[in-house]
Write a protein that binds this ligand. Structure first.
Ligand code: NZQ
Ligand code: ZN
Length: 395
């Protein structure tokens, strides 16, 4: 077992009506003027935005609004936000939305606190030294950005999607009311649940030499079962509070490192997916499912017993002691069958409505390998050629 670190500095307030505490919490973390950052229509339509603004007014805080964050958030909106915050002397950014809005808010926070071209930090040419304070009112259980140290942004120039993680990248607080997720379309609920599961799977498939603690495996396997059980309920009964609450808290725990230190994780599927959503604008969770099975079949021979453990402990598949690889493969198939059962595609063709061309495969692999300069994955290190092979298997 390697040494690990655990750092989870975000204050979470969870439950019904917690969004009405937004003003009080912004103030507690030093706000005098707040940027209320949001996405398309959902927060306006549901009345959430009005409730949050009322809470800010009641706390005696000034605020300005900036909406229009698109799924797979873009650099242009972040730069607009930075300009607005400077002009309006904003000192706190409140994200009202999902991973895209929170990540955009974090991007603005980094832009306010670090000099020069913001993209240089996402492109890993420079290192951030701070982030202006960000808080979140979460409206979808998925990305886990409310408690992760990451922001993922697409640069419209070249459609490159890149993550930026640092010890500064945590929200000060996250307000999490499961009722806010009742209005999610079924596909977003299912895609979000897939993302939650893959955050845990990425951590589960560490480098073979990096042994996990049994307690961490237990939390991870339980979390996977809990999401599977509750997404089925939420899809049938979108207003089932308990199911929505289980999913929402699983989403946060899946990406706050309680299911494993992210730095040990594999993350190959995330890297492969980021190029897909960068290029085709697909929902991130669905994109993960479209590559997960192909990735798993490509790498499982590195450590078949790890995949067999998933099969047995999550899907109750009997352990075949004569043929561990067979158990591993049954587990992979069971995971794919689960994704399909909630309406999530398991190939890129199904995801984008057409097969990838060889040219697109080459472009995706080129971008994913950072123009041939890096490998991805820890369970098995993947070269640009491996990446192309996986995209081809998944096409
Ligand atoms: O824009 P609106 O109208 O709000 O609609 C959104 C959007 O269309 C809608 N939505 C959100 N809450 C809703 C709702 N619709 C009805 N009712 C509600 N309560 O859902 C759509 C998707 O929203 P988005 O924020 O894009 O979803 P998600 O949370 O899945 O975020 C995805 C982004 O997060 C990144 C992904 O790459 C992607 O860009 N990730 C961020 C991570 C992080 N920061 O740690 C980790 C993840 O692995 C992921 O990469
Ligand atoms: Zn993810």
């Amino acid at each position: 077992m390697d040494n690990f670190k655990f750092h989870a500095p975000t204050q979470v307030v969870f439950g019904k009506n917690v969004e009405t505490q937004a003003g009080e919490l912004c103030k507690r973390y030093g706000a005098t003027k707040v940027l209320v950052h949001f996405g398309g229509q959902s927060a306006k339509k549901s009345g959430l935005l009005d409730r949050v603004c009322t809470s800010l007014q009641e706390a005696g805080l000034e605020y300005v609004l900036l909406g229009g964050v698109v799924p797979n958030p873009q650099l242009g909106k972040i730069l607009e936000g930075i300009d607005l915050c400077r002009k309006e002397k904003v000192d706190f950014i409140l994200a009202v939305g999902g991973g895209s809005v929170i990540d955009s808010a974090k991007g603005i926070g980094y832009g306010l606190a670090n000099d020069g071209d913001l993209w240089d930090y996402y492109a890993k040419k420079k290192t951030v030294t701070a982030m202006a304070p960000v808080g979140a009112v979460l409206t979808i259980a998925a990305a886990g950005s409310e408690m992760s140290n990451t922001t993922v942004v697409t640069n419209e120039n070249g459609w490159l999607k890149r993550g930026l993680s640092s010890d500064y990248g945590y929200c000060k607080f996250a307000l999490m009311n499961p009722e806010l997720t009742y209005t999610l379309p079924a596909y977003q609920t299912a895609s979000g649940c897939t993302d939650i599961m893959v955050h845990t799977l990425e951590r589960y498939f560490t480098a073979p030499a990096t042994h996990q603690l049994a307690i961490i495996d237990g939390i991870a396997e339980n979390l996977l079962r809990s999401v599977m059980r509750n997404v089925a309920i939420a899809l049938k009964s979108p207003q089932d509070y308990d199911a929505r609450a289980e999913i929402m808290w699983c989403g946060t725990l899946s990406h706050n490192d309680i299911t494993g230190d992210r730095s040990f994780g594999d993350w190959a599927c995330h890297q492969l997916e980021h190029e897909l959503s960068g290029m085709f604008g697909v929902a991130h969770g669905a994109g993960l499912a479209a590559v997960w099975g192909s990735w798993a079949r490509y790498v499982y021979k590195e450590n078949p017993s790890r995949f067999a453990q998933l099969a047995v402990n999550v899907f109750h598949i009997p352990y075949n002691y004569q043929n561990v690889e067979a158990t591993a493969l049954e587990g992979i198939a069971a995971m794919e069958a689960f994704y399909q059962s909630i309406g999530i595609p398991i190939t890129i063709g199904e995801l984008i409505g057409k097969e990838l061309t060889e040219e697109e495969i080459a472009t995706l692999a080129y971008k994913c390998s950072f123009m041939g300069t890096r490998t991805i994955g820890q369970f098995k290190k993947l070269t640009q050629e491996d990446m192309a092979n996986i995209y081809r298997m998944a096409k």
